[in-house]
Design a protein around this ligand. Structure first.
Ligand code: PLP
Ligand code: SF4
Length: 340
């Protein structure tokens, strides 16, 4: 991650880490490089290419550095390596499992739950998770420009029951700080909005995203701030992630985490217990443990409900209550997540 840059002048060399934007633009985006980089045998390449055709690969170096080489079962690798299983057609697994298309009162806005709305602040992500429920999301229709936000902002102005704006995506922190600072300023000007929530995986994928620019607008808003991270496995939490969490906390942010229960990745009591412990050590409280949404291409990650419930009841014996995530599913048409 570090680059040696020779600085002209009297003082010889300094270590300068690339900006988060540079790190994102240098992410691995082709299946062969990913396989070769991690020392996987050639047998993985055809599947990786097949899956990549359906949902393109994206893995930044900072995340890659936490993956053990020569291990096709690495729990972080499995989240990002496409396989031929993604091409399987399984009944009940569909393109828009959450039926979000039906709840868009304005461009970039999803209003399904009372009191809060989702704003699609960026179509892009810094990583492409293979189980993602938005892998077929029509992003080109849903990343508004400033003028296109006006309709969504007017909707918020006109509905005094909305108290919380949730920046989502994609990954909202893939947007520039200029755009985000502008959007937050607009939200702040709506008196009934009290809370700003950000659902993001970027602090985990590229911890350098939590830089001075971001902390600047975040620390200065009148809104109460909640950042909901997305971490599925304890190996995702390295020192850089812990440091990024610290910076967010210092800016007055409440930190929560949501995970997805994924077969072969985190579906064991030991892994989930260690995840909660490491999250708390980093100042983050576990929030939700989601079962996989039935999105086409992700059926092979699904843990059956009975197994998921059994896992969570055994987890109760290992953790204090406040480190227990809530096991939930999203059911189309409901006005909240549904506990299992
Ligand atoms: C998950 C979700 C929320 C947030 O739900 P909480 O239970 O408050 O975390 C809001 N709107 C939509 C459309 C969602 O999918
Ligand atoms: S970061 Fe979130 S939205 Fe982006 S690909 Fe991963 S699961 Fe999907």
């Amino acid at each position: 991650m570090q680059e040696n840059i020779i600085i002209a002048g009297k003082h010889a060399a300094a270590q300068v880490s690339p900006s988060w934007q540079q790190q994102l633009s240098r992410a691995i985006r082709d299946p062969i490089s990913l396989c070769q980089r991690l020392g996987l045998s050639d047998q993985w390449q055809p599947g990786a290419q097949e899956g990549h055709q359906l949902f393109e690969i994206c893995v930044p170096e900072a995340y890659l550095s936490r993956i053990a080489p020569n291990n096709p079962d690495d729990p972080l690798l499995r989240q990002v390596l496409p396989t031929s299983k993604e091409a399987q057609v399984v009944s009940g697994y569909v393109v828009d499992p959450l039926e979000e298309a039906a709840h868009r009162p304005a461009k970039g806005l999803i209003h399904k739950y009372p009191g809060r709305v989702l704003l699609i602040a960026s179509p892009a992500c810094a990583i492409n998770c293979r189980y993602c429920f938005r892998r077929h999301f029509p992003y080109s229709d849903n990343s508004p420009s400033r003028s296109q936000w006006q309709e969504a902002l007017a909707y918020l102005h006109n509905d005094p029951t909305i108290h919380e704006a949730i920046l989502s995506g994609g990954d909202p922190l893939a947007a520039s700080d200029r755009q985000l600072a502008w959007l937050v300023e607009q939200l702040e000007s709506i008196p009934h909005i009290k809370r700003l929530r950000i659902h993001t995986r970027l602090p985990v994928v590229i911890p350098d995203r939590i830089d001075e620019m971001l902390l600047g607008w975040l620390a200065s808003t009148r809104l109460q701030k909640v950042v909901v991270l997305h971490i599925n496995h304890p190996n995702e939490i390295d020192q850089a992630v812990v440091d990024a969490c610290q910076r967010l906390k210092q800016a007055g942010v409440t930190l929560l985490n949501q995970s997805v229960l994924l077969k072969g990745i985190n579906d064991s009591v030991a892994t989930l217990a260690q995840l909660s412990e490491r999250l708390f050590a980093a100042g983050v409280l576990p929030y939700y443990l989601h079962v996989v949404d039935p999105v086409q291409g992700a059926a092979h990650f699904d843990v059956p409900d009975e197994e998921a419930k059994a896992l969570v009841s055994r987890l109760l014996e290992h953790l204090p209550g406040f480190l227990m995530p809530r096991l939930v599913r999203e059911v189309p048409g409901r006005t909240s997540k549904t506990p299992l």
